[in-house]
Design a protein around this ligand. Structure first.
Ligand code: 3PY
Ligand code: MG
Length: 261
């Protein structure tokens, strides 16, 4: 599979690397760039629960690239049109929430991949500009291999359909949403992203992805959790969030003040 100039995420995953992505919900391109510059290989801009709008994403994607990381966007629920648009803006990966059925997976892949896999519409003018791709035909020739689609598994229905989702052409990986899955598996009784039930399903998600030759991934609250799940086969881990980083930094300084005064 050919790589694409300026695109690193898919090639690194293909090479067997485990990818750790920062996660940004604050709609501030400079914050995303700072997270990138700290050394994450990817930074995900969250427009499902985060506050990014489309105009912000166009600037945020460029800022993440400027910071040396691969930009990924989590699109809002069912918003596959936005998947296509942010790929046009230069995203290297798309995370789509609540992919529950093979039909959901096909609709997601259709928006993100060009024919013959999908029916993504042509228009990556900003993507090629940012990546320095002079001939747009080069983007067409290898975009399908170099934009990464991750289908979120976070409901009971998704678990029931996991093999069909994983084997859908154009779906490159499964991404566990442990908070929603814990709510689903407890029938709304609890929010516990590391519950016994989630832990069991985590191993099933890894196995289903591996069986289909796809990338298994998970959202992780901490680096410690990311290390633990990579030992169980996860190869794409989101870690904490910009708000988490800010709060932890502020808290650490305040704790030092409290201890010294
Ligand atoms: C979940 O844990 O449900 C997520 O969507 C992570 O962002
Ligand atoms: Mg979720």
């Amino acid at each position: 599979m050919a790589s694409l100039p300026g695109f690193s995420l898919a090639a690194r995953l293909r090479a067997g690397e485990t990818i750790y992505t920062g996660w940004c919900g604050l709609p501030a391109p400079m914050v995303a760039e700072i997270v990138a510059r700290e050394g994450f290989s990817a930074v995900t801009l969250d427009s499902q629960h985060g506050m990014w709008d489309l105009a912000g994403l166009a600037v945020g994607i460029a800022a993440v690239r400027q910071g040396g990381a691969a930009p990924i966007v989590r699109v809002p629920l069912g918003d596959f049109a936005m998947a296509s648009r942010v790929l046009d803006f230069g995203a290297e990966g798309i995370i789509a929430p609540m992919i529950n059925t093979a039909a959901d997976a096909r609709a997601f892949a259709a928006a993100a991949k060009f024919p013959p896999i999908g029916e993504r519409s042509w228009g990556p003018h900003r993507a090629t500009m940012l990546a320095g791709i002079a001939n747009q035909k080069d983007y067409l020739a290898s975009a399908n291999d170099n934009v990464v689609t991750l289908a979120m598994i976070e409901t009971r229905v998704a678990l029931a359909n996991i093999d069909a989702i994983a084997s859908t052409p154009g779906i490159d990986g499964l991404f566990l949403g442990p908070s929603d899955l814990s709510i689903a598996l407890s029938d709304g009784r609890t929010l516990d992203p590391e519950s016994k039930e989630v832990e069991t399903e985590l191993d099933r998600i890894v196995a289903a992805a591996q069986k289909a030759g796809k990338i298994p991934g998970a959202f992780c609250a901490t680096a410690e959790r990311a290390v633990a799940v990579t030992k169980r086969g996860m190869r794409f881990c989101a870690i904490s969030s910009d708000m988490g980083f800010l709060r932890a930094g502020a808290r650490a300084q305040l704790d030092k003040l409290t201890a010294a005064t």
